[in-house]
Design a protein around this ligand. Structure first.
Ligand code: GRF
Length: 216
């Protein structure tokens, strides 16, 4: 029997791309339900572009500074994604805000990873925000993208304890480890049909056991 067609994924980055590398590594498994077919960056100097190319993935910059406005930049990205026959977009440290029209075109087919337990601590400096608020649990979230920044249906989260003496850098160092575990696991859930968007909620096919990092 022919194996089912893999979900074609583009990863959008702006920086070092360590989440992107985690997705590329996971997708090397023949049983993984997705393949990374394209990496795009809005910054030509993003270190992740070189790491993607080393892994044999087509990797290109679409420099946002070359476009007069957000709409024309988004249209160029959209054209790249459609030319590559992409099914699903994963934002991984992509630091540009999209127009509502671009988001609408990928509704239900675009994921983002955010370094906090949403809906807490949207935007930037999330680790400093967590310390300022005095929370004892911090972490990361993978969610479907909606026009509102760092909102949208949550697929899964991973948590870490906040320890005495933590500073934003020590939290970032421990959260990123969880990000690199969570994102490939979530992409497998979504691409494999185990996590489905129903309206504004994500429905998970299997029940998570108590006490694991992934929750729904
Ligand atoms: C991650 O913490 C991600 O959650 C945030 O930006 C960082 C990107 O890191 N949005 P990397 O480029 O994947 O290494």
């Amino acid at each position: 029997m022919a194996s089912p067609r893999k979900i074609r994924v583009a990863v959008l980055i702006s920086g070092r791309g360590s989440n992107m590398v985690a997705l590329i590594e996971a997708a090397k498994d023949p049983a993984y339900p997705a393949e990374i077919v394209l990496v795009l960056s809005n910054r030509p100097d993003a270190a992740g572009l070189g790491r993607a190319a080393e892994a044999g993935i087509p990797a290109r910059a679409v420099d946002h500074r070359a476009f007069p406005d957000r709409a024309s930049f988004d249209a160029a990205l959209d054209a790249e994604l459609r030319a590559a026959d992409v099914d699903l977009v994963c934002l991984a440290g992509f630091m540009r805000i999209f127009t509502p029209a671009f988001v609408a075109g990928w509704a239900g087919r675009m994921l983002n990873i955010h370094p906090s337990l949403l809906p807490l601590f949207k935007g930037t400096h999330t680790h400093a925000q967590a310390l300022e608020a005095g929370v004892r649990l911090h972490g990361c979230t993978v969610h479907f993208v909606v026009p509102e920044l760092d909102a949208g249906p949550i697929v899964a989260q991973a948590a870490i304890p906040v320890r005495e003496g933590d500073d934003p850098d020590s939290l970032a160092d421990r959260v990123i480890v969880q990000e690199r575990r969570l994102y490939p696991a979530v992409l497998a859930m979504v691409a494999g049909g185990r996590a489905r968007l129903e309206g504004d909620r994500v429905v998970i096919a299997d029940t998570a056991p108590e006490g694991v990092l992934f929750s729904v």
